[in-house]
Design a protein around this ligand. Structure first.
Ligand code: KG4
Ligand code: ZN
Length: 330
């Protein structure tokens, strides 16, 4: 039995075939290069690219997995949240395949798929219940995951998402887009206390716009005297990253303690961050918590997480969606 997953919520056109928790294929085409010069994703460009590539990406994913469409038991697509036009392409493509091949259709929540990503190619049973952290370019959320069809939001960011702040700060320093990887690569632990940048924790929620402004103001202040040196850049960015990572780790472990749960799962682009991964690991050891983070290749948007979650929801929970299911941006 196989599931076919389709992900088009932002700038990645991705299709994957999964069997159980095992990824048989994943093929992704990104329109990132077209967005780079704007410093953010342009919805029209993303949508046009999905339309252009979805068919061939899907064929390649099937071919790579050595399966035919008729071997697929469920066809899933991300239906929320994301860019409207982009979501519409993936969802309608999935619905059309579903109708023409008489295969059930399932709409998948992108954030829930990120939460499922640690279990891709993971050979053991999924540990439930758990506390889930999604940190990406569009979201910074903490969830109570009783099961993958019983997920409750416990806390979220009040303003900017964590990855979005990485991207905006990187942009103001003239680093590339998306900026998370660049800042992560510049991070040096010995400079992480150079400046006092703080992110508030609001219950189990977050706020990142204050630290964004503080970092950019510090840069401008130093630049009044002279051109920023590389060491100064590293000191500012390392202090920024340390504060963000500390806040994410403190909050997700506070949620786990509040719910007396000793299992944490994480997903989303920012979980590629080396400092975040190491601090989560350290704290998990210290508190005797089981921690599940995705393999690096499944941190960013990909269809394997959509297909994996769909396999679980269809096979274990008998979930399907109506063909009337509409896309939702939020
Ligand atoms: O999950 P994702 O691929 O797309 C969304 O659903 O938003 O996340 C993209 C975000 C970008 O903001 C990017 O800067 C951030 O993930 N990111 C990182 C790292 N790699 C990617 N942030 C911090 N450190 C990284 N190593
Ligand atoms: Zn995402």
């Amino acid at each position: 039995m196989y599931s076919l997953g389709i992900e088009t919520s932002c700038d990645e056109t991705s299709c994957a075939v999964v069997s159980g928790q095992r990824v048989r294929s994943v093929v992704t085409v990104s329109s990132l290069n077209y967005h780079k010069r704007y410093g953010g994703v342009i919805p029209e460009i993303a949508t046009r690219n999905h339309l252009q590539f979805i068919d061939s990406v899907c064929c390649q994913a099937l071919k790579k997995a050595r399966v035919r469409l008729h071997d697929i038991s469920v066809i899933a697509a991300t239906y929320r949240p994301g860019l409207r036009g982009a979501l519409v392409i993936g969802v309608n493509f999935a619905k059309a395949l579903s109708v023409s091949c008489k295969i059930p259709f399932l709409g998948v929540n992108h954030l829930h798929a990120h939460l499922f990503s640690p279990f891709l190619d993971y050979p053991k049973k999924i540990p439930l219940p758990c506390i889930g952290l999604v940190v990406s370019g569009g979201h910074t959320d903490i969830f109570l995951v009783k099961d993958f069809d019983d997920i409750t939001l416990l806390g979220e960011t009040r303003d900017d998402a964590c990855g979005e702040v990485y991207d905006k700060i990187a942009r103001s320093f003239g680093l590339g887009y998306p900026g998370g990887g660049y800042i992560d690569a510049l991070y040096q632990a010995q400079w992480a206390d150079s400046y006092r940048f703080r992110c508030p924790r609001i219950g189990l929620g977050f706020s990142f716009s204050g630290i964004k402004t503080a970092v950019i103001y510090k840069k401008m202040e130093l630049e009044k005297a002279h051109r920023l040196t590389r060491d100064e850049t590293i000191k500012i960015l390392s202090s920024f990253q340390e504060s963000v990572v500390t806040t994410l780790v403190e909050n997700v472990f506070a949620a786990a303690a509040a719910h007396k749960i000793k299992t944490i799962i994480c997903g989303g682009g920012v979980t590629a961050n080396l400092r975040l991964r190491s601090c989560l690991n350290e704290k998990a050891k210290e508190t005797g918590t089981r921690l599940y983070v995705p393999q690096k290749r499944y941190t960013a948007d990909n269809a394997a997480m959509v297909a994996g979650l769909a396999f679980y929801l269809y096979n274990d929970k008998k979930n399907t969606s109506s063909l009337d299911l509409e896309v939702e941006t939020n």
